[in-house]
Design a protein around this ligand. Structure first.
Ligand SMILES: Cc1cc2nc3c(=O)[nH]c(=O)nc-3n(C[C@H](O)[C@H](O)[C@H](O)COP(=O)(O)O)c2cc1C
Length: 216
């Protein structure tokens, strides 16, 4: 029977379109195929694609294409009214504008965050500085209260650290989970799911990425 005449096939296809999500995978590890945060991110995506067939995946690799550091002219341009912006200022905001349309378009964000010197990699900090923007991702209302504008999104944090930590000293929670959670909530994202792999530098280190993603 032609697929066009088969109502079940049509229904299944239609349901898949309804389930499909835009997934954005943000990479900040320089370690390519050896990176545990990238492999964990890929395992998260594998589970999400099973859950939401037909999903579209966008990869933003911050190592291959590094976000610029904020400088004076960009900050000045970002506070200007869009109608009065010069061509030079428009170009200054171009990278940030691209990142903003990409993250706005995403339903689910898989954010890779390897630990470097007790914090996130510098490219991820530069990315954050490009996407937190007044009028674009945060806004002040008439009564002076602030709201985040990126609502209805889920973020999976794919966090990796070479060491293993405990309650007394836990830079993974203190400087990565808490920091990223604060930023994401600031721009309106409340559904934040941290997945963490510690001890990647231990000699006997082994990991089952799929097992870490079992609850997705
Ligand atoms: C320059 C450098 C600094 C690092 N700093 C830390 C650190 O402060 N704490 C820690 O637990 N691991 C640290 N590590 C180990 C990484 O967190 C570990 O290799 C992790 O697997 C990196 O994620 P990735 O595999 O996705 O690249 C560091 C590694 C490098 C190369």
């Amino acid at each position: 029977m032609s697929p066009f005449l088969n109502p079940n096939r049509y229904r299944a296809k239609k349901n898949n379109y309804m389930l499909m999500k835009n997934l954005l995978h943000i990479i900040s590890s320089p370690m390519g195929n050896y990176s545990h945060s990238i492999q964990l991110g890929n395992a998260i995506i594998k589970k999400l694609v099973l859950k939401y067939p037909g999903s579209h995946i966008t990869e933003r690799n911050l190592i291959d294409d590094r976000p610029p550091y904020l400088d004076g002219p960009q900050i000045y341009a970002s506070f200007k009214d869009g109608n009065n912006i010069t061509e030079e200022e428009r170009q200054k905001l171009g990278y940030s504008d691209t990142l903003l349309s990409e993250i706005r378009n995403a339903d689910v964000i898989i954010l890779g965050a390897p630990m470097y010197n007790f914090g996130i990699h510098a490219t991820l900090k530069a990315y954050i500085d490009q996407i937190v923007r007044l009028g674009q991702t945060i806004k002040y209302q008439a009564d002076g209260t602030r709201i985040g504008l990126l609502t209805d999104k889920t973020v999976y944090l794919a966090i990796t650290a070479g060491g293993s930590y405990n309650q007394e000293f836990n830079p993974v929670n203190d400087y990565i989970v808490n920091h990223l959670t604060a930023i994401l909530k600031y721009i309106g994202i409340d559904d934040i799911q941290p997945l963490i792999i510690e001890g990647t530098k231990k000699p006997d280190f082994k990991v089952d990425y799929d097992e870490i993603c079992r609850n997705i």
